[in-house]
Design a protein around this ligand. Structure first.
Ligand code: SF4
Length: 391
């Protein structure tokens, strides 16, 4: 028997064969964090308003065809940073142009320090029904090192304000293996997070990205990062602690209370189609992946002038798409739905990947059955390497 949620996904797809998820990128933050390499700018004023207006025009000029929209995700950047009116106008534009399903998951990212209860209430009333909060750590000293604009206490207040404003589905983003972070600090962060009882928790190990202040510090040997073993212990501890607290570990880095998995991100992990709007937003449709102009000023100007908004484009043939689908599905703890993928690509997966399957099975890194392939607990610490085997 395939796992229940994979059955659900197959059934859901059969009912909505032309579903298309929507991502909106709001590329502005109050300040840049020291580790961040996202496409975001600490800009204010008219460029923020112009960008939001350009996103509306971009949506209006897009003919997505006859599709239904099961999920919408406003990410960034900090979508809770600009005035909610501009954000709501974008959501209304999506609704006026596309058939958004009545039970659609509509998420918005927020950072403590950029919003309050009244703003949360406006967003909730406008139809956002899931909030993803960037907290990273419940430790003032670590938050300062990261360059975050909020304290641990402010993050707790912000969470409570969102609850009072009516958000019943909240994710908390956390990071571990931070400079100078001890195991005790990580345990405290997890304890505080679970005591708030969010519906969803994401835990990512810090990665040092080029072109960030952390990269420069790291190059100079001035970033006191925990060693690999501590990094791994922190990850394994998170799995144990969150599972004990009632969260399902459903993706390598994601945990949810039953019924609260992030439907939008599952679209990515199933390698389904989505359209992205906003500077730097990525879309994937009909085997083509493309990225919008990253710079907000260039994006706004191109929208105004009716020019192409594409900065990068990649056409994926069936073989590349198949490899990506397997790589992404392996991130899910339920693994690759072998029958569904075989049906989608018309290939015999076991034959095609016999070499990888034999090797990974022999090393006890992958559980292989006729119905699913799943990374074993032993394989989890090197999950990214295992996923890459199929590319
Ligand atoms: S708030 Fe998020 S998107 Fe903005 S700079 Fe910090 S990490 Fe990057």
């Amino acid at each position: 028997m395939p796992p229940a949620s994979l059955c659900y996904n197959s059934l859901w797809r059969a009912m909505h064969p032309e579903s298309l998820s929507i991502y909106v990128h709001i590329p502005f933050c109050a300040r840049r964090c020291a580790y961040c390499d996202f496409n975001t700018y600490a800009w204010r004023g008219s460029i923020v308003r112009d960008t939001l207006q350009a996103i509306c025009s971009h949506i209006e000029s897009t003919d997505a065809g006859d599709v239904v929209v099961p999920t919408i995700f406003f990410g960034g950047g900090t979508p809770s940073f600009p005035d909610p009116e501009g954000i709501i106008r974008i959501l209304d534009t999506i609704r006026s142009r596309l058939q958004v399903l009545p039970d659609a998951e509509i998420s918005i990212e927020a950072n403590p320090g950029t919003t309050d209860r009244a703003r949360y209430a406006i967003l909730r009333q406008a139809g956002f029904n899931r909030l993803s909060m960037g907290v990273q750590a419940f430790d003032d000293q670590l938050l300062q090192v990261l360059g975050r604009i909020h304290t641990a206490g402010e993050a707790i207040c912000s969470f409570e304000a969102a609850r009072q404003a009516g958000f019943e589905n909240i994710n908390i983003d956390l990071m571990f293996a931070l400079p100078g972070q001890t195991m005790q600090q990580w345990q405290h962060t997890l304890r505080t997070a679970t005591s708030l009882q969010p519906e969803h928790i994401s835990c990512y190990s810090l990665t040092i990205e080029p072109n960030t202040p952390f990269y420069t510090l790291h190059q100079r040997g001035q970033l006191n990062l925990p060693d690999e073993e501590t990094d791994l212990r922190m990850y394994l501890y998170a799995i144990r602690a969150l599972t004990r607290a009632g969260y399902e570990h459903y993706e390598i880095s994601n945990f949810a209370r039953p019924g609260y998995r992030c439907r939008h991100n599952i679209v990515y992990w199933l390698n389904e189609e989505y359209l992205g709007f906003g500077p730097g937003a990525v879309s994937y449709r009909h085997g083509v992946r493309w990225k919008c102009l990253s710079n907000p000023r260039r994006y706004v100007q191109a929208v105004r002038d009716g020019l192409s908004l594409i900065e990068e484009e990649e056409r994926l043939d069936a073989s590349a798409s198949l490899g990506e689908t397997i790589m992404l599905m392996l991130r899910l703890r339920e693994g690759v739905d072998v029958r569904a993928v075989e049906e989608r690509y018309g290939v015999n997966l076991t034959q095609r990947y016999a070499h990888q399957l034999n090797r990974l099975q022999r090393l006890r890194l992958l559980e292989v059955t006729p119905d699913y392939w799943r990374i074993t607990p032993r394989g989890l610490p090197i999950a990214n390497t295992i996923c890459a085997e199929f590319l």
